[in-house]
Design a protein around this ligand. Structure first.
Ligand code: MRU
Length: 364
């Protein structure tokens, strides 16, 4: 059984050239996104606590990729708990699940994936839990990749020819099980010959745009121009941009979207300049237990991310900092949310319900 599962995990990877998360021979491999673009190095994990730390430290980042990594981490946790505690493994594994859940607060895919793994875990007996849990983790990985490809098609259909688009952060293969959400749409639009240029926000302070999105686009020969975050509104005013295309970390029941800090400002600029906003996110990114974006927990990170860049101080020592790493864009500023189940034009609570149904997130 394990050999067949290993083969299935390899099959996912064979279809992709950029693989942020890999399962190989009982180990979780994470492409260290802190070092890209300069260094392309995988770190190997056999311990769930270390994966929780890797998620917190952003070795792996992007909501869907965090969910996939956490699912594999639950396999590691259960294997270790079974080795130490035998038939009492279900109790022993709980501490690791809590650590994984606490790794990052905004990306709801993390909780969605752990909820699914936990439901499967609760249905198992005292024997080796690894095959059943690995099967589900691989399914979560496969489903995310398929969702991204479907969203790519659906989103690309909305884009006119010869399009100039703008994106923020990295919502690409690196941020997902593969292919990407926002970058999936951009990839599909490029393949369809519809794309002229992608304007890439550098995305301070972590530079996901400059380091990761630009890297993905250049590798595939997709025309890309890097801009400072502060240049986005001015570039829109100059004309010719038709869409802002971004991913999401959590979408509330009414369609409010939490995404990388700066997305809200982009959406405001877009509305002022007649540019449309497309949010691309799988159903695992929706949190229908939250009525509006006001209730979405926003991660605050260390001010050192603002005051230093690649280890070099770039701010006056001792200055106070405020570093929320996500913001919430009200649904009113979003023209369309693209999911693998279909597109939601001018999203509101009713339209979100119509596409998602009203079941609990874990059953999706
Ligand atoms: O802090 P990060 O890099 O994990 O933030 C990632 C984003 O904000 C992405 O836009 C979002 O997770 C969607 S990724 C498909």
């Amino acid at each position: 059984v394990r050999d067949a599962l290993e083969e299935r995990a390899q099959a996912i990877l064979r279809t992709e050239t950029i693989r942020a998360v890999q399962w190989r021979e009982g180990q979780l491999l994470l492409l260290d996104q802190r070092r890209l673009h300069a260094v392309c190095e995988y770190l190997a994990y056999t311990d769930a606590t270390e994966v929780a730390e890797a998620i917190r430290a952003m070795v792996v980042r992007g909501a869907p990729a965090i969910g996939v990594a956490a699912a594999y981490a639950v396999v590691l946790a259960a294997g270790q708990a079974h080795a130490f505690a035998g038939s009492a493994w279900q109790t022993a594994v709980q501490t690791d699940l809590v650590k994984l859940r606490q790794a990052r607060p905004t990306a709801v895919n993390l909780h969605w994936a752990i909820d699914r793994m936990q439901a499967r875990l609760a249905s198992l007996d005292g024997s080796d839990p690894v095959p059943a849990l690995l099967e589900l983790a691989i399914t979560i990985h496969e489903q995310d990749l398929h969702a991204c490809r479907r969203m790519g098609q659906l989103g690309a259909e909305l884009i006119g020819t010869d399009a100039n688009v703008m994106t923020h952060c990295n919502a690409g293969a690196l941020a997902t099980g593969g292919y990407g959400t926002a970058l999936g749409v951009i990839r599909a639009a490029h393949s369809a010959g519809k794309l002229r240029e992608v304007f890439v926000d550098e995305t301070r302070p972590w530079l996901q745009g400059a380091r990761l999105t630009a890297w993905e686009l250049l590798r595939e020969g997709i025309p890309a121009t890097l801009i400072a975050d502060g240049a986005a509104a001015f570039r829109m005013q100059a004309g010719g941009i038709t869409w802002v295309i971004v991913g999401a970390d959590r979408i509330a029941a009414n369609g409010d979207v939490a995404n990388k800090i700066g997305t809200y400002g982009l959406a405001l600029s877009a509305r002022a300049h007649g540019v449309k906003v497309m949010v691309v996110a799988p159903v695992s990114t929706f949190d229908t237990s939250i009525e509006s974006g006001l209730a979405i927990p926003i991660e605050q990170r260390d001010g050192a991310e603002l005051t230093a860049l690649a280890g070099q101080s770039v701010a006056v020592p001792g200055v106070k900092t405020w570093n929320p790493v996500f913001d919430v864009t009200p649904a009113l500023l979003v023209d369309v949310i693209v999911t693998e189940r279909g597109v939601i034009m001018a999203p509101d609570a009713e339209k979100v319900r119509a596409v998602l149904g009203s079941g609990p997130a874990s059953s999706r």
